[in-house]
Write a protein that binds this ligand. Structure first.
Ligand code: ARG
Length: 465
């Protein structure tokens, strides 16, 4: 079959080469973006007098008809036509005849693919932002719902100091806040039009790029044609932002896996988010968080893959750049469902508050508070630390917790302790004493919730757009 570019060739490509070089298998999802870009280009060609108005109109009508079918997914593509751009042009030619050939005036597939990808990613990244924001709202809802629940806080996965579950959940809220900000900032930087760069050097036609940019709602134009066709920074930024966001979801997943184990028993995930075992009838496995954790590795892989594709490429377009798409699409297909499913998983979980109370039996997590108290009474903190260390040892040797020691036990190690020492060990007191901004005290967390509600996550998406 003759190719659109077949003029200088004496033989056709073999089927194996067609299959190897084709991208239609994955870039078909650029159809709508590609057609929209072509409509804007055709209009501009007419307006600038580069092709007759009548031809431009015919092309636009043909493309508009295809747009509906592209949205429904009913356009039929062929591997021999290599990619979405040539498939669209072939289908247009079948519909409106030879005049379709005027569409590619003053354009190359190099600036065309860049334009399609910019348009596609603009809505995709926007959707990611919406999903992140929605998960943030869910976290705030759950933080408010469980504002009374105290959980052990850990460092080195060893019991450290108690914190509010709400405080823990809000930590993820702020991570997601940065994730959404990063995505929005990438969106801003990528909203410039590459079309008009031609293959690499621009075009001999008197194009009017600002018309195309205005119609496609780009904020500006690439100022350098070489950069316009070979820039993939915005995809690298997206992959990097997505990797960081997946890393956050993965850390949370790891905690959900731990917390739902019998050993912790802090939470239970709803059945609809778990699976069973083919052999062990008693099993209920947290497959969803495990897979979020697992898929995170694949997303990192896509980032490294594209960085590696880019590192040795001379300017400007090289076919290697076609390798930018699969990883980006797969990242979208991983990140979006992960964010969505997380929202459902967190809003349907059960928090075992009673079990969490027993988690503090024979507890040492108020040790810092005792040392702080001695320091407040004038003992240098280092000495206070040593005194409490001995108290811990005393309790450990008797197989009891700090609160089970008597006032005499305390005073034996330091006369600075008085009969109210046990008040310091009350769990609620321990939590609520950390009341400076950013601390876990209920009053500080209530303030934190108010700050969280100032985030764009709480502006409705229509107001934001
Ligand atoms: N399918 C190609 C890609 O994704 C489109 C651009 C092809 N340009 C070219 N000169 N072969 O990069």
């Amino acid at each position: 079959m003759t190719k659109l570019w077949g003029g200088r060739f004496t033989e056709a490509t073999i089927a194996e080469v067609d299959a190897f070089t084709a991208s239609i298998g994955f870039d078909a999802r650029l159809a709508v973006a590609d057609i929209r870009g072509s409509i804007a280009h055709a209009r501009m060609l007419g307006q600038a007098g580069i092709i007759p108005d009548r031809d431009a109109e015919e092309i636009v009508l043909g493309l508009e008809e295809m747009l509906g079918e592209a949205t429904e997914g009913t356009l039929k593509f062929r591997v021999e036509d290599e990619d979405i751009h040539m498939n669209v042009e072939r289908l247009l030619t079948e519909r409106i005849g030879a005049v379709a050939g005027k569409l590619h005036t003053a354009r190359s597939r190099n600036d065309q693919v860049a334009t399609s990808m910019h348009l596609f990613m603009r809505s995709a990244v926007w959707e990611v932002v919406q999903e992140i924001r929605a998960l943030q709202v869910t976290l705030v809802e759950q933080a408010e719902r469980y504002i009374d629940v105290i959980i052990p806080g850990y460092t080195h996965l060893q019991r450290a100091q108690p914190v509010l579950l709400a405080h823990h959940l809000l930590a993820y809220f702020w991570m997601l806040e940065r994730d959404a900000d990063r995505m929005e900032s990438t969106l801003q930087r990528m909203n410039v039009l590459p079309l008009g760069a031609g293959a690499l050097a621009g075009t001999t036609f008197p194009i009017r790029r600002e018309l195309v940019a205005a119609e496609l709602e780009f904020d500006g134009l690439y100022q350098n044609s070489l950069d316009a066709v070979s820039n993939r920074d915005y995809l690298l930024e997206f992959l990097s932002n997505a990797s960081i966001c997946m890393m956050h979801l993965s850390r949370f997943s790891e905690e959900l896996v731990l917390w739902s184990s019998e050993e912790f028993g802090y939470i239970e995930l709803a059945d609809r988010y778990c699976t069973g075992s083919s052999m062990m009838p008693q099993k209920k496995n947290p497959d969803v968080p495990e897979l979020v954790r697992g898929k995170t590795g694949r997303v990192y892989g896509h980032l490294i893959a594209l960085l590696t594709v880019m590192k040795g490429l001379p300017l400007a377009y090289n076919k290697d750049l076609q390798e930018d798409k699969e990883g980006v699409f797969d990242t979208l297909d991983t990140l979006l469902p992960a964010l969505r499913i997380f929202r459902g998983m967190i809003s349907t979980w059960t928090v075992h508050s009673e079990r969490l109370q027993t988690a503090f039996d024979k507890d040492f997590s108020a040790a810092t508070d005792l040392a702080d108290e001695l320091a407040r009474r004038g003992l240098p903190f280092r000495q206070a630390h040593a005194v409490v260390g001995q108290l811990v040892q005393k309790a450990l040797s008797r197989g009891i917790g700090l609160a089970d020691l008597s006032v005499e036990d305390f005073r034996e190690l330091s006369p600075l302790f008085d009969e109210r020492v046990h008040d310091l060990l009350q769990l609620r007191h321990v939590v609520d004493s950390r009341s400076a901004v950013g601390g876990t005290a209920t009053c500080a967390v209530v303030q934190q919730l108010a700050a969280a509600k100032q985030s764009s996550a709480f502006v409705s998406s229509s107001e934001r757009s």
